[in-house]
Design a protein around this ligand. Structure first.
Ligand SMILES: Nc1ncnc2c1ncn2[C@@H]1O[C@H](COP(=O)(O)OP(=O)(O)OP(=O)(O)O)[C@@H](O)[C@H]1O
Ligand SMILES: [Mg+2]
Length: 554
């Protein structure tokens, strides 16, 4: 649409390439794009959900079950789809788990909104109804949630295991749940008001390939997965003064390219001597600080390695930045970026012990705290997915410890919420009532998909679940392994309340954001489809803009 004068309307001047979609077409376009995103992660939901293998344009492979990781790796190039991906990202930031749930609910809300739009219900009524329902749902979650004893390790282990089921962590989830609960306990402190504060900053995750997941372990302090730079150095140091250095122990290079021309061998020797002096001086500075151990983030020159060894100092080069930052907490040291101005007060104190078998150092602080969760797995892919699963579980355990509220999983909370929202809908007048009911239906997507992914009949399951909840069975959920309806809370399928609140809220907000749009003005071509348009809406094939041939996953 270039320059066009519409009768009686102001003229809008747009460039040749720009495109404009309005009203119903705009809604169709947006809804189908958003739904396609939600659809793409649904099959990963729950213990029986499958994984996805994502291959990026460089050919590197990620195998995962984690909603937010899938969506981020999919490299989707569609503005509406990106709004839905943001839901997953917010959920990840705020709750750490439940990203698939949040995105799936957002998609279902839009699907149901589409039906309401078909019935000529105005988008603002739908938006208002969804908003009311989401506020009410938060209240109901708070009412349904069980106040738990945050010292109850069995319960915390259940929370961790629920979050890990269906992920790469599954087979070793008991062992991992123990480690996770212990790790969170170690970094939990009570604030002045007696509330639990979990500081995951004091918890570091390290990964190692080559051994089984069951050999994962929780260690006091931090680890540095490196070798000493010189064979003649001590390999461990107890009660050591530790220097964390973020400056190379190398000859300083000038920023500008300089050319040094020497005319006789003496000059060359002088030049080399000066370099040697510089290195000696740096090592002397370290020795003067009385450091027994240096963990350096940058390089260490061969000659400097030799001098350090002569001084009896244990030195490690190219340590990871994140490891140094963690160690600064563990041994209570500053990270020094200029040796010249460093003082003994910048050094930390602790024990540095060598594990020859694993070729790494354990670093334990004296009074400062910090723990490391060492995750092991046979290959990189295993370890990566393990780390994602463990991260989710750490977050939900931490939340449960600080928030103290938990819910029955396996669809129990969603069905109970739906039933309460339907009661609430009766008190809502006007067309908003229909939107509240649609919201209730949307929540039931969770048990339906859990059943579907487990190869069970989703309709039968939902009917049974509703019946149980009508009988007052608030915690009735689906056992995906047997297909039975049971009290999932008692069976140990437990989720933190905060994550569910967040999922419901952000799904509703995203759906409302999409519904509010009635005019899309794009500077470029909206329909970048590659011919597999299934949305039917004008330009809905914009999902074809996904990289890596992901179109087939929709
Ligand atoms: N043993 C179980 N039986 C039944 N349902 C379970 C069981 N364990 C977990 N669930 C359910 O599985 C759902 C969570 O699935 P999943 O972890 O795949 O998705 P998510 O947490 O929404 O997203 P992600 O973990 O990808 O961020 C929750 O509804 C939870 O109650
Ligand atoms: Mg999960």
């Amino acid at each position: 649409m270039s320059q066009r004068m519409q009768q009686g309307q102001p003229m809008i001047v747009m460039s040749e390439d720009s495109q404009r979609v309005k009203d119903k077409d705009a809604q169709d376009y947006n809804i189908s794009a958003a739904r396609a995103v939600a659809e793409s992660v649904k099959s990963t939901l729950g213990p029986k959900g499958m994984d996805k293998m994502l291959v990026d344009s460089m050919g590197s492979v990620t195998i995962t079950n984690d909603g937010v990781t899938i969506l981020q790796e999919m490299d989707i190039d569609n503005p509406t789809a990106e709004m839905i991906i943001e839901v997953a990202e917010t959920q990840e930031d705020e709750a750490g788990d439940g990203t698939t749930t949040a995105v799936s609910i957002a998609g279902e809300l839009l699907k149901n909104a589409e039906d309401l739009l078909e019935q000529d219900i105005h988008p603002t009524a739908i938006i208002k109804g969804f908003h009311m329902a989401s506020e009410q749902a938060r209240e109901e979650i708070n009412d349904i949630a069980v106040d738990v004893d945050t010292e109850d390790e069995d319960l915390l282990r259940s929370v961790a295991e629920t979050s890990m089921t269906g992920k790469g962590t599954e087979v070793n989830k008991e062992h991992l749940a123990n480690l996770i609960v212990e790790a969170v306990r170690q970094v939990t402190v009570e604030d002045a008001e007696g509330n639990n504060v979990v500081d995951l900053e004091f918890l570091n995750i390290e990964t190692q390939t080559g051994r089984g997941v069951s050999e994962s372990d929780l260690l006091e302090g931090g680890i540095i997965d490196k070798d000493p730079v010189h064979d003649n150095m001590p390999t461990s140091a107890e009660d050591a003064d530790i220097l964390l250095l973020n400056e190379p122990i190398e000859v300083e290079e000038t920023d500008i390219d300089t050319e040094v021309s020497v005319t006789d061998p003496d000059q060359l020797q002088q030049f080399l001597d000066r370099e040697e002096e510089q290195l000696k001086e740096k090592v002397q500075q370290i020795a003067d600080l009385d450091a027994d151990v240096v963990f350096c983030q940058k390089g260490i020159d061969d000659l400097a390695q030799h001098y350090l060894a002569k001084e009896g100092i244990l030195a490690v080069r190219r340590a990871k930045k994140s490891d140094l930052e963690f160690l600064s907490e563990v041994v209570n040291a500053a990270i020094v970026s200029d040796l010249g101005s460093a003082s003994a007060a910048d050094l930390g104190h602790g024990d540095v012990l060598r594990d020859e078998e694993d070729e790494l150092f354990y670093v334990e602080g004296e009074d400062a705290h910090g723990v490391t969760l060492l995750l092991r797995g046979s290959t990189d892919h295993v370890v990566d997915e393990l780390e994602r699963g463990v991260n989710d579980a750490l977050d939900v355990v931490a939340q449960t410890v600080s928030d103290g509220r938990a819910l029955a999983g396996g669809g129990a909370i969603e069905v109970e919420l739906a039933s309460r929202l339907r009661d609430y809908a009766d008190s809502v007048s006007g067309r908003e009532q229909l939107a509240v009911e649609a919201f209730a239906d949307s929540l039931e997507l969770v048990p339906r998909v859990l059943a579907e992914n487990a190869g069970l009949d989703s309709i039968d399951t939902l009917v049974d679940l509703r019946a149980a909840h009508d009988d007052g069975d608030v915690e009735a959920g689906l056992n995906v392994f047997t297909g039975d309806i049971e009290d999932t809370y008692d069976a140990g399928v437990v989720e933190p309340a905060h994550a569910k609140e967040q999922a419901v809220t952000s799904a509703a907000e995203a759906a409302n954001l999409v519904l509010k749009i009635d005019d899309i003005i794009s500077a470029g071509d909206l329909s970048t489809d590659k011919g597999d348009d299934e949305g039917g809406a004008p330009g809905a094939g914009g999902m074809g803009g996904m990289g890596g041939g992901m179109g087939g996953m929709m």
